[in-house]
Write a protein that binds this ligand. Structure first.
Ligand code: ACO
Length: 429
């Protein structure tokens, strides 16, 4: 029997069903509240509202737990390649050998973009932020694949997902090459997903380039750690755009744009810029911790705090350890890593951060690794988007396959002027 709770509103009692998740999370289903009582609920920024049921990712922010399809992020990060994790998120299970081979082949075969699309890059100034270019180009894919995605056609869907995940990498690398005035480097079918991307980013026709295995490994790790994070801002955007039955490319472009913001994925770029500013200013981390606490300043410690994690972000723990390892393996000494560690230590000892449960998030150390690998700062959020794409695709798929899905359409509480009569221009004050 469905559990119910009673909500007393004035003299009336509303009986609401309780929805229980597989990890025993509990939600009150208020879908009928307005019809029964005339009341709606209000929850700006969705602080306490589950927008959907989902079987993809489980996150416990109090305990610092993150699992994709039940598998702990730590285990996936240690044992998997990014393409396996992408398959897991989208199709629900880890692929067997045959499935993985087929998936890899699809990703390999769909890496080129239409030759005409190369000219689009000429239309952007070389100073364009690559996130603007990425979203425009991903949306433009819909002009080359305008056919309706047939939800009953499994093969066509797989190709569409592979197209997106494969081509975004080519687009990202081309955007970078365009910005520095180097020729585009085409994808190579003999290279795996991350190596292929690194080759398109960093090789030039004038000399041979070999992908460093250590760099490829850490690239895989970072993409896995960013691959999904349940109903965050960009994923919710993808779902909302997709709920109107806008095409999948438009839905993904919406996700990219939401990710760009400095309070979301754009924070990885902001973190490095903040660390550079602290370094330039003499490296006094305490000064910046004080500034972040000062409500009169607009300054926040970028890469700190999270809507859901009120404990260590498990991804940040893995990335911090990886940063130490990668920098030492590549023989790089980055003073920004030292500043980041001092800043973390100072913040974690400060009552302001302790009381508000503000810990380093996924963006705090990732930029230090990207820098060490040679990525420019403005590409950091693009790398986040590359990692997050399978998550967006899996949420889009889950939503579209659910026969109960309706267009997303929140209500509001109107606080404007009451009804009044039109005033002709000559009579306006
Ligand atoms: N530095 C200083 N103070 C902070 C920070 C921070 N980074 N983050 C939160 N706070 C303070 C707020 O001022 C607020 O204080 P108050 O209670 O005295 O008013 C309190 O902590 C709660 O913060 P909110 O902004 O209400 O929390 P919310 O859940 O809305 O925001 C967010 C979460 C956006 C991530 C926030 O912590 C932030 O701005 N962090 C910096 C940007 C960042 O790193 N974003 C990446 C997040 S991870 C991701 O999206 C991939």
């Amino acid at each position: 029997m469905t559990e119910k709770v009673e909500i007393k509103i004035q003299d009336a009692t509303f009986e609401a069903p309780v929805v229980v998740g597989s990890e025993n999370e509990r939600a009150i289903d208020i879908g009928n509240l307005r019809a029964k009582t005339g009341f709606v609920t209000i929850d700006p920024a969705f602080m306490n509202t589950a927008s959907t049921k989902s079987a993809i990712t489980f996150l416990d922010g109090e305990q610092g737990i993150l699992r994709y399809r039940g598998y702990p992020i730590e285990q996936l990060a240690e044992h998997c390649e990014f393409v396996e994790v992408a398959y897991l998120l989208i199709f629900g299970e880890l692929p067997n050998e045959k499935e993985l081979l087929r998936w890899r082949t699809l990703l390999t075969r769909h890496s080129l973009i239409h030759e005409d699309m190369k000219h689009f890059f000429d239309g952007f100034p070389s100073t364009a932020h690559p996130m603007a270019v990425l979203s425009a180009m991903v949306c433009s894919l819909s002009t080359y694949y305008p056919e309706e995605v047939d939800l009953s056609n499994k093969e066509q869907l797989e190709i569409t997902y592979a197209r997106l995940i494969s081509k975004i990498r080519t687009i990202a690398a081309f955007a970078y090459k365009k910005s520095i005035g180097q020729p585009f480097v085409y994808p190579r079918n003999d290279l795996k997903y991350c190596a292929n991307f690194l080759n398109m980013m960093f090789s030039v026709p004038a000399e041979p380039y070999t992908v460093d295995p250590e760099t490829e490994k850490v690239m895989n790790l970072l993409l896995i750690l960013h691959a999904d994070h349940e109903q965050n801002c960009s994923t919710s955007t993808v779902r909302l755009v997709g709920s109107s039955r806008a095409n999948i490319f438009a839905s993904m472009a919406g996700g990219i744009l939401a990710l760009w913001g400095p309070l979301h994925g754009g924070a990885n770029q902001e973190v490095i810029e903040m660390l550079e500013a602290i370094q330039k200013d003499g490296g006094d981390v305490k000064k910046y911790v004080e500034l972040a606490k000062d409500k009169k300043s607009n300054f926040r410690l970028m890469g700190f705090g999270h809507r859901v994690y009120k404990n260590f972000d498990p991804r940040a723990k893995i990335i911090k350890a990886a940063a130490d390892k990668v920098l030492s393996k590549l023989g790089i000494e980055d003073p920004l890593l030292g500043i980041a560690k001092q800043l973390e230590e100072a913040a974690l000892q400060d009552p302001y951060f302790v009381e508000r449960k503000l810990y380093p998030n996924v963006d705090f150390y990732s930029g230090i690794i990207y820098r060490a690998l040679g990525f420019p700062t403005n590409m950091f959020t693009v790398l986040f988007a590359l990692g997050r794409l399978p998550g967006w695709v899996s949420h889009w798929k889950e939503m579209m396959e659910d026969p109960t899905t309706k267009i997303g359409r929140p209500r509001q509480i109107y606080t404007g002027a009451p009804a009044r009569d039109f005033v002709p221009l000559a009579k306006r004050a």
